[in-house]
Design a protein. Structure first.
Length: 237
C-alpha cells in the first residue's frame, strides 16, 4: 500500500494502536518509517520485523527538551522527511475531574501536540514540501462531562490545525495538513460503555492511508462517522 509521493515517514506514537498498524501497513508498502514511543521493547519488536525499513527513537512527548533532537535524529536516519503522522495521545474518563488526570491530558494532548506540530511545520517550511497528519477525534466537536479535558484537548487540536492550515495558505505554501477524526477504534483508547461502530484497527489505518494518498484536509474514521459529525455540527449551531 503506497502513500505516493511520500516515502520517508515519521510516526509519533507507533508502539501500539493506530500508530502501530499504520507503521506495519506503510512498511509493507515499501516505505521507510521512523517511529517513536516510550516503550523501547515495543519499538524494538517492530524494528526486528523490518530491520531495514524501520528506525526508532524512544521519546516521551511531554519531555519537551528532547523532542527536537529525537525528531532530527529520525529525519537524519531517514535521509529526509516527506510525511509526519502524529498518533500519540491520552484519553481518560474523569467524572470526578481529578486535576492530575486533567493535567496529564493537557500536557500530552495540548502542550506536546503543539510542540511536535510546531517542529513539523517549520521543518516542512524550510524544505517547501511535506505532509503533516494528526489524529484528533470526533470528541473535539462536543464537550463532555465524563472526560472534560480530553474533549477540550481534541477541540484545541482541531482548531490548531485549522490555524496552521490558514497560515500556510496565506503564504501559498505547498505543505498539506490532514485532520483525522476517528470515532471508536478497537484500541486501548476506546473506553466506556455502550460503544458502537467500533472499527477494527486495520480498517481504520487503511482508511487513514487512503486519505493521506488523496491529501484530504479532513477525514472521519471510519467513513460512517461523518453522519455523527454532521449531527454534532447541528447541535453546536
Amino acid at each position: 500500500m503506497n502513500t505516493t509521493p511520500a516515502t520517508k515517514i515519521i510516526i509519533i506514537g507507533a508502539s501500539s494502536g493506530i500508530g502501530k498498524e499504520l507503521t506495519l501497513q506503510l512498511v509493507r508498502g515499501n516505505h521507510v518509517v521512523g517511529i517513536t514511543g516510550r516503550r523501547v521493547d515495543l519499538l524494538e519488536e517492530l524494528k526486528c520485523k523490518y530491520p531495514d525499513k524501520i528506525f526508532y527513537a524512544q521519546m516521551d512527548n511531554t519531555d519537551l527538551d528532547s523532542v527536537d533532537s529525537n525528531l532530527e535524529y529520525l529525519k537524519k536516519r531517514l535521509d529526509g522527511l516527506d510525511l509526519l503522522i502524529l498518533c500519540s495521545g491520552v484519553g481518560n474518563l474523569n467524572e470526578t475531574v481529578d486535576f492530575v488526570l486533567e493535567q496529564q491530558t493537557i500536557e500530552l494532548n495540548v502542550t506536546a501536540f503543539t510542540k511536535i506540530a510546531n517542529w513539523t511545520v517549520k521543518c516542512f517550511e524550510k524544505q517547501s514540501s511535506g505532509h503533516f497528519v494528526a489524529i484528533t477525534s470526533l470528541a473535539g466537536m462536543i464537550s463532555s462531562d465524563v472526560a472534560p479535558a480530553y474533549n477540550a484537548s481534541k477541540a484545541f487540536q482541531i482548531n490548531y490545525l485549522k490555524g496552521l492550515r490558514s497560515k500556510l495558505k496565506k503564504s501559498n505554501s505547498p505543505i498539506n495538513i490532514t485532520d483525522v477524526r476517528p470515532g471508536f477504534v478497537d484500541t486501548a483508547m476506546a473506553k466506556g460503555e455502550g460503544l458502537f461502530w467500533v472499527a477494527p484497527v486495520n480498517k481504520a489505518a487503511y482508511q487513514i492511508i487512503a486519505a493521506i494518498n488523496k491529501k484530504k484536509t479532513l477525514v472521519y474514521i471510519t467513513k460512517r462517522w461523518a453522519i455523527i459529525a454532521y449531527i454534532f455540527r447541528l447541535i453546536n449551531k
